[in-house]
Design a protein around this ligand. Sequence first.
Ligand code: COA
Length: 160
Amino acid sequence: MEKIAVYPGTFDPVTLGHLDIVERAIPIFDRVIIAVAMDTGGKPTLFSIEERVQMLKDVTKNYPKTEVYGFSGLLITYAQELNACTILRGLRAISDFEHEFQMASINKRLNPSVETLFMMTNESYFFLSSSSVKELAALGCNLKGFVPELIAKKLKERLL
Ligand code: COA
């Protein structure tokens, strides 16, 4: 049976921290499905769902075993539809833990057959978040080392 991982997120926009998680998941799973959420728990987004999906497709186009889709509704239902055995999440710091623990526990209760797997974010990206990247972009900061070049260009076009 194929080992399918779903890597969900808002990805507004994707950062090098997210890509680091995907790259490390590729050798572990048969397929890594990046699932871009339409329902983000009320969090407003700078980029539309179509834009976020397209940006991820562009920056992962040379990655093997990787697919990108948008989804709406419950993550656990989507994971089930994809026959995924694992929900993959990156953990940056202790501050992420409570929120992630809550989400993983709810998802486990909704469907015990899907495991949530946490990967420690590479220490180079511990401090990184999509919000901080947007803030830096709005202030005209160089985003090298934070996001792929294409994403830095998109942020510049949108914010400056
Ligand atoms: N490197 C850098 N940044 C990272 C990162 C990494 N490896 N992993 C996470 N982050 C950052 C993100 O950029 C984001 O930053 P921001 O808050 O500044 O935008 C932050 O961590 C949170 O990540 P995000 O992917 O947006 O997660 P979330 O906690 O908002 O949850 C979903 C997103 C899609 C998983 C969640 O909303 C969901 O499951 N939605 C579907 C509906 C559903 O099933 N709800 C019930 C859930 S129990």
